[in-house]
Design a protein around this ligand. Structure first.
Ligand code: ADP
Ligand code: ZN
Ligand code: MG
Length: 496
């Protein structure tokens, strides 16, 4: 939790936070951006390297075609315009994990610009959506890593692992259009979803495949110009980013309320302490001396190539949600849960198409199954409930063939034994009552106990039959043969 700066709500309410995000994503190409080295997380330090990514004199970069295709795919998915002729640039800075002394990036002619992403406005309670501008998406390469921990002499030494050098990156820069930590969280959640859908990145934040810097400023609500921003770096989960941005907003308001000025600087978020602190001030800021990369020609993405790439563009989360809500009658909330990953949405849809009730599938997946996956710290892919098992469970619940208590207990068994639901059901399913005389007896008792409903049925409201079926099924503890039960209830009611 963020250490609170303790400002009165009336004071906070006088200020408008303004936030713009810079997101870096590593692309899932086979090889690195400008050489043939394998592009893979981890590995023995300094083994995925060559003359080019080590920046040895004379080694020349060759652009990875797949990285360009991923850039175009991601850019289109966030509604950017593609620049037909973009230019790589050298961003010069010295740091031990950057052996070339510069990073190949793009500067004034990035591959894509002018995109947008819609997010729920404010805290989402109004239901209104708000469009967040995306200034640009450009291509660049990652640096290596400095290692400080886990060595006996780490006080006097820094170790360097250059495996990550030259990993292809996209940087996606938003306009300063975000106005709250909630909007920041939503923007990132939706951006991540889109990147996962397009398959350009695994967006694994723990491994650093997706990283975010938040630029934060505050202004008095009656002011006409934005305040001075500070950039919060090094936040490695969306939840932390929400706390970090909230903290930074309150810190800046505190500074202004004390009569001070916000200093333009880079700050680091410390999750353990719940605060940000100065990393480098504007005076220490780099002058990158950008200039066009002389070793790479301008990148030309023709209209024809764009079209070819776009054939790979899948249905995106926003459109998929709308379609799923319309097709299956599920809630916005459930649709949001399913579209978090393509695999989850695919699983829901496959089951929804086969099952008697799509909504039953939705509720099973979002409650009973998700709950058990969480408890077992399992991924959806490890779920013991296969597609077939899921459809069966949903249909059994829908028809009332098994009680919800029985369903829960069978799911418990399936998860405990890592056994498919279907196998558990086959073994433990209730003995069905298919003896008509037994069922008829139950029906007679239920009819006798519910004269009002009987009256309604006689008055022509035939749908009341379902009520009787449900009551009898309950009385039989879910064991009555459903087809037989249906038939007999109608017969009995007609005769009653
Ligand atoms: P810089 O030149 O300092 O890198 P940019 O104009 O390139 O700044 O913007 C970098 C990021 O900061 C963008 O995401 C942008 O939306 C955001 N940003 C710019 N000005 C502000 C501001 N006053 N408050 C919050 N964010 C801002
Ligand atoms: Zn290499
Ligand atoms: Mg900038």
């Amino acid at each position: 939790m963020a250490a609170s700066v303790l400002l009165a709500p009336e004071v906070l309410a006088q200020y408008q936070p303004v936030i713009g995000l810079e997101v870096h994503v590593q692309l899932m190409t086979e090889s690195k951006a400008f050489c043939g080295c394998v592009n893979k997380y981890g590995g023995e330090p300094n083994t995925h390297v060559c003359a080019t990514c080590l920046g040895l004199p004379g080694a020349l970069p060759v652009l990875n075609r797949k990285a360009v295709e991923f850039a175009v795919l991601a850019a289109k998915a966030i509604h950017c315009e593609i620049r037909e002729r973009s230019v790589f640039a050298r961003k010069n800075y010295f740091y031990p994990d950057n052996p070339k002394g510069y990073q190949i990036s793009q500067f004034d002619k990035p591959i894509a610009e002018h995109g947008w992403l819609d997010v729920p406005e404010g805290d989402g309670s109004s239901g209104a959506m708000k469009r967040i501008g995306i200034t640009r998406l450009h291509m660049e390469e990652d640096a290596g890593k400095s290692l400080h921990d886990g060595f006996a002499d780490s006080v006097s030494r820094t170790y360097i692992d250059l495996n990550r050098c030259g990993t292809p990156l996209l940087e996606i820069v938003s306009e300063p259009d975000l106005r709250s930590p909630d909007e920041v969280f939503e923007y990132l959640t939706r951006l991540k979803e889109i990147l996962l859908y397009t398959g350009v990145s695994d967006c694994n934040m723990e491994e650093g495949s997706l990283r975010c810097d938040a630029n934060v400023s505050v202004m008095r609500k009656d002011a006409r110009e934005f305040g001075t921003k500070a950039e919060v770096k090094n936040v490695n989960s969306f939840r932390y980013i929400r706390s970090a941005v909230q903290y930074e907003i309150e810190r800046q308001i505190g500074v202004l309320e004390d009569g001070g000025r916000v200093v333009q600087e880079s700050r680091l978020w410390n999750q353990a302490e719940g605060r940000t602190y100065t990393m480098r001030s504007k005076e220490q800021a780099h002058d990158y001396r950008y200039f066009p990369e002389p070793d790479l020609p301008p990148l030309v993405v023709s209209e024809a190539w764009q079209q070819e790439i776009l054939r790979e563009l899948p249905e995106l989360p926003e459109a998929r949600r709308a379609r799923m809500i319309a097709t299956y009658g599920i809630s916005e909330q459930d649709a949001m849960t399913f579209t978090a990953t393509r695999a989850f949405a695919d699983q829901f849809e496959a089951a929804a198409k086969q099952a008697k009730s799509a909504r039953r599938v939705a509720s099973l997946l979002t409650s009973e199954i998700t709950m058990r996956l969480r408890a077992g710290e399992m991924e959806m892919a490890d779920s013991p409930v296969t597609l077939e098992g899921l459809v069966l469970a949903a249909d059994l619940a829908e028809s009332g063939e098994i009680s919800s208590k029985m369903l829960k207990s069978m799911l418990d068994t399936a998860f405990a034994n890592r056994e498919d639901f279907k196998a558990v059901y086959e073994r433990e399913k209730p003995q069905q009552i298919s003896d008509s005389s037994v069922i008829e007896e139950l029906i007679d008792a239920v009819i006798a106990a519910n004269p009002k409903q009987l009256e309604q049925f006689r008055g022509g409201k035939r749908t009341v039959a379902a009520f009787f079926v449900g009551q009898v099924m309950k009385a039989s503890k879910g064991q009555a043969n459903p087809a037989l039960l249906n038939e007999l209830v109608v017969k009995k009611l007609d005769a009653a």
